[in-house]
Ligand binder design. Structure first.
Ligand code: GAP
Length: 441
């Protein structure tokens, strides 16, 4: 019998600390440049994390591109023509309002102080808010007098607007249709923190759906529901998910409506993805600034118009972090024993199965285990572990969320069966080697 350890409030509050420690200890997320003392807001993914992140991106791509006839993908650059960011409004408006506590001199984003109290020292006295633009700048060109100031993209979606006409001209797509992209975005956040939740370099999964203005309402509703269902399938704890409308006074000036899909993190509800009613703002702006006509002519009716856009824009790193919160469990196994387990969605787990030769000094067992490793790794990601006793190997795989552990033992040599142990129930079953592929899928 397994009991979930009661996550009291104090335990919940340190869930971020526990997940941060586990992520580092087990090769999921490392602080970047750690040997130099680290650099705020930048993180690397370790051997397990990179597999999880790749799986997560594949999972999204399958849902948003592979299984849809009306969405195609692109992969755009991080640096674009600098005028893009004038047209988008980022040079003028992409700023954080920052205030400084007059007592302890810590700086905060204005929207991180909802109760007017300094989170560091409790003082209520702050300086007047000042605006800081959070676009990262760099230069293109090598000669001193021929360098051009450019920006690392502050949001991935702008490249989709830049390629809208190319996609129309080079594919068979007709409105309504979407363009999807997963890619890096950069923001010089004033207060990065909470592991990857607010970082300075991160990845977004974006889809811009181009529609006729008369159909906007219908498609906005459609994508709200569709994206919410995506997260419902991904997370275990449905009560930690909600769809929240932006208050009208917080909307971007061009937006008529916007919703956030939020996940309840250890510090409260937090944005996971935005569903935005962008209207014709983006294509109109880029038409104006580039001088190129970005309107669409309906091949059937001949009607010419600037398409309207429904945007779905989420954070890959943020989703992975929220998945870690969602999956993390500490279980009491009785007799003073406990385990930490990541009950993460099997499609996202870094490894689908771990292969254990029961002993590492018996040649036939190791050989058989290697054959199974080779067989399974044709189709799924598996990991090899022949270190320490089986109990320790289980604990390790539980902590990284491996759904199945396969042990090759003496019985295997007699009847070609292995023990398969389930991560969540910890139950073990004997399975024929020839049935393993099907069993695991
Ligand atoms: N194109 C629209 C756009 O960029 P956003 O709400 O600013 O909208 C979309 O960003 C998503 O990107 C957010 O829901 C969040 O998941 C992720 N995101 C934004 N800023 C982030 C940061 N500093 N660190 C990690 N993820 C971030």
């Amino acid at each position: 019998m397994i009991y979930n350890l009661d996550m009291s409030n104090t335990q919940k509050n340190d869930l971020l600390e526990k997940v941060t420690a586990l992520a580092k200890r087990r090769g999921i997320i490392y602080p970047n440049s750690e040997i130099y003392g680290g650099i705020g807001g930048f993180y690397d993914y370790g051997p397990v994390g990179v597999e999880m992140k790749n799986n997560l991106k594949k999972y999204w791509w399958k849902e948003m591109v592979d299984t849809r006839e009306d969405v195609v993908g692109i992969d755009g650059t991080i640096i674009t023509h600098p005028k893009v960011w004038e047209a988008s409004g980022h040079i003028e408006n992409f700023s954080d309002e920052v205030i400084e506590c007059k007592k302890c001199h810590q700086r905060f984003r204005l929207d991180d102080i909802p109760d007017g109290k300094c989170p560091n020292c409790g003082s209520k006295e702050f300086t007047e808010p000042r605006s800081y633009n959070i676009l990262f700048e760099t230069e293109v060109g090598v000669l001193e007098d021929a360098k051009t100031k450019v920006y690392l993209r502050g949001e991935a979606c702008q490249t989709i607007y830049l390629d809208f006409k190319n996609v129309l001209d080079s594919t068979r797509m007709q409105i309504p249709f979407g363009i999807a992209q997963i890619g890096k975005a950069f923001r010089n956040e004033v207060t990065p923190g909470r592991l990857t939740f607010r970082s300075r370099e991160f990845e977004q999964w974006d889809m811009q759906f181009f529609v006729h203005p008369d159909d906007m309402e219908k498609w906005f509703e459609y994508w709200k529901e569709k994206r919410m269902n995506f997260y419902k399938n991904l997370y275990r704890k449905q009560e930690n998910l909600r769809l929240k409308q932006h208050p009208k006074d917080k909307l971007a000036f061009y937006a008529k409506d916007a919703y956030d899909i939020e996940y309840k993190t250890p510090w409260g509800w937090a944005e996971n993805e935005g569903i935005h009613w962008r209207g014709d703002y983006d294509l109109t702006q880029h038409s104006k600034f580039s001088g190129k006509d970005l309107s669409y002519t309906d091949p059937r009716s001949g009607e010419k118009y600037i398409p309207w856009i429904v945007e779905t824009s989420g954070g890959v790193d943020r989703t992975l972090l929220m998945l870690l919160f969602d999956a993390y469990e500490e279980e009491d196994l009785g007799d003073g024993k406990s385990r930490t387990v990541l009950k993460v969605h099997p499609d996202i787990a870094g490894y689908k199965a771990a292969i254990f030769p029961l002993v590492s000094n018996k040649e036939e067992i190791v050989k058989k285990a290697r054959e199974i490793f080779e067989l399974l790794s044709e189709n799924i990601k598996v990991v090899w572990d022949d270190r320490g006793n089986i109990g320790k190997r289980y604990r390790y795989q539980d902590e990284i969320g491996t759904p199945h552990c396969i042990t090759v033992d003496y019985e295997t040599l007699e009847n070609d069966t292995v023990t398969v142990r389930d991560r969540d129930t910890m139950e073990q079953e004997r399975v024929k080697i020839e049935d393993l592929d099907e069993y695991l899928s």
